[in-house]
Structures are given as C-alpha cells and as structure tokens.
Design a protein around this ligand. Structure first.
Ligand code: ARG
Length: 474
C-alpha cells in the first residue's frame, strides 16, 4: 500500500521575478532569490516604529530647510493613512518590495507623490532599520519589565503566605536543612530582581539614535541629529556612523538578559515539576496549567512548566545565533544583519508569554505543607543544628561534626529521627547534651535560629518580603 505524500513546494529557482527595482540592473532576480532576500513577511512587525522614525526624520528635514513645510504636511498626512491601513489590516504588503521600509515608502509615494520621494533624503535603510529595531525593542523591554514585576509580586504574595511553612532545603538533591518555603520562593525574587536590573541597564544602550549615520559615513545635508533623538525619546545619538549602522550589541545584550530570565524560569519550572511528582507531592498545580495523556486516563501532567523549561532552549539558541551572526562581519552594514530580526522577535514573544503564564501559575500553586514537613523529618535535617548546639556548649566544630555523624548513623540503624533518640542515647555521643537539646532538633526551631539577613528564619523572610515590596513600590 502506498501512502500519499504531501506536495513539495515547487522549484521556482529559474523563474524571473516580475521586475527588477532599479535602472542599475539589466536582469531581475529569480523568484527564489526574491523570496530568499525579502524580509517583509517578518519585519512588517516594525511598521509602527518605522513610521515613527520617518516622521521624526521628516520633521527635522523641514526644520533645517531640506524639505518644505508643505512636503512635511503631505508626509504626515500620507503616514496617517498608512497607519490606518495597517491598523485595519488592509495594507498590501508586497514581497517584491523586499522589506517594511520599502513597502511603506512605496505606499507613501503612491499616496502623496513627490513629497514621498523626498522622505529618504539624508537617510539610508541602514540607519533606518537600526533606528526601527531600537524604537521597537525599547517598548518591548518596558513591557517585559512590567511582566517581570508582576511575577515578583505573585511570588511575594505566595512567600508571605508560606513564611512559616517548613520544607526540606536540598543540596545535591539530598535533604540538607529545614527552610521556610517562603524563603525558597524569595530566592527566585532575588534572581528576577537582577533580571530587572539587567534589562534596565541594557535599555540605556538600546536608547541611542543611529539615524543620521545614513549608509555608513554620515550625510552632507545639514541634519540635526539631537533634534531627532529628542523627538523620538532617545537619550542621545550613536557617535560613530560606522558603528551606528552595524552595531547589534544591544540586541545581543537583550537576548542574553532574556536567556537568563528563561534560565530562572526554567529552574523554577524544574522544581515545580518535581514537587508535583507523586513521590514528592509538595505541591499541586491547578488543572488549567496541566494536560492529560492520550493513553493513560489517570494522568495530570505539568505541561506548562515543562514547556517553559523547553522554550529556554530556543532563547539560548537565539543568543548563539546573534553572536554568530556578528562575529565575522566587517564594518559597516552587511545584509547578514537582516537575520537579527527573527531571533529577536521570537525571544520577545517567548519571554513575554513565559513570564505572563508563570505569574498566574505562581500565584496559584497549591501547597501541601504536611508533606513538606514529613520530608524534612525523614532526612536528619537538624543534624547541623545538633553539631552547632555542641559547639555552643564548648566542643570544637570538627569534633561536634563527628559526634553527630555517629548519632545519625545510630538513629538510621533503628529507623528513627534524631529527635526520637532519648536523652540518655544522645548523651552517649556527647556528655555535653542537655535536655534543652530538643529545642534545636525540631525543624521549626532550626529555621527560626537562622535569624540574620539572608537567613531562612520566618522573621527574616518577612523582612525580605517587605524590602522587596518597597523596591517594587508596593
Ligand atoms: N531589510 C534590511 C535589514 O533588515 C534593511 C536594510 C537594508 N539595507 C541595504 N543596504 N540592503 O537589515
């Protein structure tokens, strides 16, 4: 039996495209080359930034007398129509016009004639596209910062509810010491606050104006770059024209900050997934974040955190793609740079959605404190406290460590916890043990003793929460 195959895409490599776009050429590109080089299918996402940049450029040209006030009025009118067409979804994006810039310019010329032909005076697509990306990315950074803050607030609320909830803290995934569940969540707030600071720092370098660099060398028109920078809300101008058109450091910095955000979300996802496993059972997740299996009817799988963990890979990939894109490029602009957009766009989409979903998820974790506590009790989590207790009674730490190790072994052999050993039994390991020892052997006592900044004592967790709320202005 033969299985029907889907049709393959036709090989159009030798069909000439309708029309070459310039008098410089004697033959048009083929359909395949046209498709291969066009970016409009994805860079139309920059349309509003492109219009915003063009309007500022045109206003400056009129101000310095390179175009007339009437031209400027026509350009403003034409761009308003184009914006409406894009809003309404009626704008006719044409692959033959290569990219978002040429599509909008061509439409402007159709709408307003000669004034439209004057817009590109003193400008190149090289400084234009660099300006568009920066304008667009600046807004996206602000939006992602908002989402980062929402996730932090969700974690803060959950941490506040669980400042007194005791869980095992792990090292090597082995029970180590009792900690507050709120303290564990606050570790992620720390990570996300660094992410926020990184984005803020990156934004400073995004927020510089390349326009005016023209193709690569600047322009002979009497332009006023500071004026354009001010109109567009940039903090200043890029100060070397070659660097202005070729620099994509700001995009790499952003994707790098995004990769770290995803890394943090991925680590949290990994914890949620293992905490939800039946053999751990520290938490459950609401059904709306889970899916079942197509074969096993009993299954409730944590698909959402698994996907966030998985999507971290694609953002890491985008970071490597951008670094690789730049490493071999000579100054100044090269067409390679057109490849910066899809990784950047996908990074923004992935980080935005991951943060948004994670904020909802974090606010709705169903916590099982009794299972967390039971797990602490299984792991001799207060052994360090017993050693510290002996040190405070005068024993050297290494000797205390050894005495407690022997006690743990004895308790394990009789399948008991340290707190289940009698005073007489404990005194066999050190005569310094007194009947106040049981205070440090409970997990609550152990956590409460770590009462300094950064420690897991519930009192400190509440202090950390209030510092974080202050920082977030809440
Ligand atoms: N679509 C191009 C890009 O994304 C715009 C700049 C093209 N400039 C040029 N000289 N071919 O980078």
């Amino acid at each position: 039996m033969s299985i029907p195959q889907p049709p393959t895409s036709p090989d159009t490599s030798d069909i000439p495209a309708a029309k070459a776009w310039s008098g410089r050429f004697s033959e048009p590109v083929t359909e395949l080359v046209k498709r291969f080089t066009a970016s409009v299918t994805f860079d139309k996402r920059l349309a509003y930034a492109d219009i915003q940049g063009s309007l500022a450029h045109a206003a400056m040209l009129a101000r310095v007398g390179v175009i007339s006030p009437a031209d400027l009025a026509d350009i403003n009118r034409g761009m308003a129509i184009i914006r409406q067409e894009i809003d309404a979804g009626t704008f006719d994006w044409d692959l033959a016009r290569e990219d978002v810039h040429m599509n909008i310019e061509a439409r402007l010329i159709t709408l307003i004639g000669d004034a439209g032909k004057r817009l590109h005076t003193g400008r190149s697509r090289n400084d234009q596209v660099a300006t568009d990306i920066r304008l667009w990315l600046r807004d996206e950074i602000d939006m992602i910062t908002e989402r980062l803050r929402s996730l932090q607030l969700a974690l803060l609320d959950m941490a506040e509810k669980h400042a007194d909830t005791i869980m095992p803290g792990f090292t090597h995934l082995q029970v180590a010491q009792p900690i507050s569940f709120g303290h564990h969540l606050m570790a992620y707030v720390e990570m996300l606050s660094r992410d926020e600071a990184r984005l803020d720092d990156c934004r400073k370098r995004v927020n510089r104006l390349p326009l005016g660099a023209a193709a690569l060398a600047g322009t002979s028109y009497p332009i006023d770059r500071d004026n354009v920078a001010q109109t567009l809300g940039f903090d200043g101008v890029c100060e070397n024209s070659l660097d202005a058109v070729s620099d994509r450091d700001f995009a790499i910095e952003f994707v790098s900050a995004a990769a770290l955000i995803m890394t943090h979300l991925s680590r949290f996802s990994e914890e949620l997934i293992s905490w939800m496993s039946q053999s751990v059972a520290f938490i459950d997740l609401p059904d709306r974040f889970c899916y079942s299996s197509s074969i096993m009817p009993q299954k409730k799988n944590p698909d959402v955190p698994e996907l966030i963990r998985g999507k971290t890979g694609r953002v890491n990939g985008h970071l490597v793609a951008l670094l690789t894109l730049m490493k071999g490029q000579p100054l100044a602009y090269n067409k390679d740079n057109q490849e910066d957009k899809e990784p950047l766009f996908d990074t923004v989409d992935t980080v935005r959605d991951s943060l948004t979903i994670m904020a909802d998820l974090a606010a709705n974790i169903i916590v099982r404190p009794e299972n967390m506590r039971a797990a602490v009790m299984k792991g001799f989590a207060t052994a360090t406290d017993l050693a510290d207790y002996l040190v405070k009674k005068g024993l050297a730490f290494r000797d205390a460590h050894e005495a407690v190790a022997t006690a743990v072994r004895a308790a394990a052999e009789s399948s008991r916890g340290l707190e289940e050993l009698s005073l007489d039994e404990l005194r066999k390991f050190s005569p310094l043990v007194g009947d106040d020892v049981y205070l440090v052997l409970t997990p609550e006592g152990s956590a409460a003793l770590r009462n300094h900044i950064g420690g897991t004592a519930p009192e400190q967790v509440r202090a950390a929460i209030s510092r974080a709320r202050n920082r977030l202005g809440q």
